[in-house]
Design a protein around this ligand. Structure first.
Ligand SMILES: [Zn+2]
Length: 349
């Protein structure tokens, strides 16, 4: 890693944000440790890392955001906001929402486009969303992660809301699984009788106090009671098992949402997908619209209590490049269940 100075012009409709705090994602660690495929690394590097964070507006060329506002940074920037042509055609549900999230010309902070590890960010105002006064920084910084869950679950919103009997199983006892299950509980009001979390590590599973918890090692997926919605939040080498167990567990006509990222192709039991008429949705990102809804939900104190379980005892102060490198190295060497939160004060370096 090295420090560089980049000159940016600030166009109409853009704002300048000074990052306050940010959390480290596995995606950042994969770049830091060079664990992506060489051609991906060549294409995306060099760049500033991090995409989960909040900041303060220090300059604004927009009417919607003012200097001094605390904002959540939306890392998924629709291409047309960066003048990369017009919104594209697409064939799926609410055209506009879909393009905002899945647009081919979108850029994503910390993924081929400079991320939050900078002392100033220039963003379209649409991607700097004011944080309600009642939300503390450490809750607001979880917005990006929570919106990813929110967006994924919006694909089954009707199913979740239309019946008091809809059941859900979440696979994954890491942060994505935790925040997704927490959202199903606090936003869609499912308790342990309808929400089950499957994990591999008892210590982690214990954190999911609001759901039924099962260890995958000794669960009989084939002959157990079937579940309407399966959410896969494992990714990596475990996604093959989780997806196939999910296919076994799914009710006929059920839905599987895939949220776990995997570097390699994953062999899955398509025979049963066909036979049961399952729908599979993929989702790993979110866009501005999701943030407004999530921050509103986060104002609920009970939800905040649940979210606090994933926060560290203290934040890691970052004053300079060497602090940042040390934090990234330590994050890649010691995988904790809690998120690592970086507290920026670059001005002190
Ligand atoms: Zn992330």
């Amino acid at each position: 890693m090295e420090e560089v100075t980049v000159n940016r012009t600030i166009n109409e409709g853009e704002v300048v944000v000074e990052p306050l705090i940010a959390s480290i994602c596995h995606a950042d660690l994969r770049y830091f440790m060079g664990q992506r495929k060489p051609e991906v690394l060549t294409k995306k590097l060099p760049m500033a890392l991090l995409h989960e964070g909040i900041g303060r507006v220090v300059e604004s060329k927009s009417n919607s955001v003012s200097v001094g506002d605390r904002v959540v940074i939306v890392p998924n920037i629709p291409g047309h906001l960066l003048k990369k042509g017009h919104p594209e055609e697409c064939s799926s549900y609410s055209q506009q929402e879909f393009i905002a999230n899945y647009g081919e010309k979108n850029v994503f902070l910390g993924s081929g486009y400079d991320g939050i590890a900078q002392n100033r960010l220039v963003l379209p105002a649409e991607c700097a969303i004011p944080i309600p006064d009642s939300l503390p920084n450490e809750i607001a910084v979880l917005s990006e992660l929570c919106t990813v869950s929110y967006h994924a679950l919006s694909r089954v919103k009707q199913k979740l809301e239309s019946s008091q009997n809809t059941t859900v199983a979440v696979f994954g006892d890491g942060p994505v699984g935790y925040l997704t299950a927490a959202m199903i509980h606090h936003v869609y009001n499912l308790g342990p009788e309808r929400l089950t979390v499957f994990g591999a590590i008892d210590e982690k599973l214990k954190q999911f106090t609001f759901a039924s918890r099962k260890l995958v090692q000794n669960y009989d997926f084939k002959s157990s009671k079937k579940v309407d919605i399966i959410v896969e939040c494992t990714g990596g080498a475990f996604s093959e098992h989780a997806i196939n167990q999910g296919i076994d567990l799914a009710a006929r006509g059920g839905t599987i949402i895939l949220m776990g990222v995997s570097e390699d192709r994953v062999p899955i039991n398509t025979r049963d997908v066909l036979e049961k008429g399952l729908s599979l949705y993929g989702s790993s990102r979110s866009s501005s619209a999701d943030y407004h809804a999530v921050m509103k939900a986060m104002e609920n104190i009970e939800y905040q209590k649940t979210l606090r379980a994933i926060l560290p005892k203290s934040n890691t102060p970052i004053h300079n490049l060497s602090d940042f490198q040390t934090a990234m190295k330590s994050a890649s060497e010691h995988r904790h269940w809690e998120k690592i939160i970086l507290d920026f004060d670059w001005s002190a370096s």
